[in-house]
Ligand binder design. Structure first.
Ligand SMILES: Nc1ccn([C@@H]2O[C@H](COP(=O)(O)OP(=O)(O)OP(=O)(O)O)[C@@H](O)[C@H]2O)c(=O)n1
Ligand SMILES: C[C@](O)(CO)[C@H](O)COP(=O)(O)O
Length: 258
């Protein structure tokens, strides 16, 4: 059960249909040389397939739109055909693949443009967060269904955070400017869930660099609320994250958890 305080601007929609957009078009530069990150293997299965399975595992998700690397849509379609996906088939979850763009923001917009009209709730979930548990997905959907226009899974920080003056020359130390109160900070994950019209308006209106979709909604002045995130929803960004992801998968297999 989520613990959000809910400024409801959209009204409760317990039966609203939910689509998930999965931006998967990134290169994965921080992971090092190799195939686009979403296509790299985790436990012998492409990372993207884990992310698609995580969304389709929610009974509430009836459509998954994968935003593929710009020249990789055909390959991604073949991967979806070649792997078992929960709910796939008549009357279950549908799957679409569209080519992505130069930035995460553009890829999400291209995914949104591909959505058919009959889905009022949209999740945006990084392919790079392949191991998010279904309970987290469901908590986000539930909070949007109950009326929150924008919902993010969030965790408290373990580290103390410093605001710095970025160095102007290589090797020069950065000067610490401030230490924000950690108790008021959260690390946010995906899936982020939205009232569809609000998210579309944000993508039509907000320009400039952003690192997540919720911050675009914040810029509209629309409230964004949190639900508890999960440590296993971490983002695979650097090589060490792959080691952790393999370990989580191995433990799930031992415990016979999908
Ligand atoms: N042009 C882009 C860039 C990113 N993404 C997606 O956005 C998610 C989060 O991005 P990130 O982890 O930064 O992935 P990359 O951009 O691939 O990583 P890097 O910055 O290290 O290259 C990933 O699922 C990634 O595939 C995307 O769909 N289109
Ligand atoms: C959307 C996100 O996963 C929330 O934490 C994150 O901001 C993506 O950042 P990235 O630099 O595109 O990986």
């Amino acid at each position: 059960m989520s613990d959000v305080s809910r400024p409801s601007t959209t009204g409760a929609r317990p039966a609203a249909r939910t689509a998930a957009v999965i931006p998967a078009a990134g290169r994965g530069v921080r992971l090092g040389p190799g195939a686009p990150k979403a296509l790299r293997a985790l436990g012998g299965v492409p990372m993207l397939i884990h992310a698609v399975r995580a969304m389709a595992a929610s009974r509430a998700v009836s459509l998954v739109v994968v935003v593929a690397p710009p020249d990789g849509a055909a390959e991604v379609k073949s991967l979806l055909d070649a792997h078992a996906l929960p709910g796939a088939g008549a009357g279950g979850t549908d799957f679409l693949v569209v080519p992505g763009g130069e930035s995460r923001q553009e890829s999400v917009r291209l995914g949104l443009e591909a959505l058919p009209p009959d889905h009022d709730i949209v999740l945006v979930h990084d392919a790079a967060r392949p191991l998010v548990p279904v309970d987290t997905v469901d908590a986000v959907i539930e909070a949007v269904r109950e009326g929150a226009p924008a919902v993010v899974p969030a965790l408290p920080l373990a580290d103390t955070v410093k605001e710095v003056e970025p160095a102007t020359a290589e090797g020069e130390p950065e000067r610490v400017l401030a230490t924000p109160d950690r108790a008021r900070l959260r690390a946010v994950q995906t899936p982020q869930g939205f009232d569809r019209a609000t998210l579309v308006r944000a993508h039509e209106t907000v320009t400039g660099n952003v690192t997540d979709d919720a911050s675009m909604v914040e810029q509209l002045g629309v409230p964004v609320v949190t639900v508890p995130g999960h440590p296993e929803a971490f983002k695979v960004t650097r090589p060490l994250d792959l080691v952790l992801a393999e370990a989580v998968l191995a433990r799930r297999r031992l415990n016979d958890v999908f």
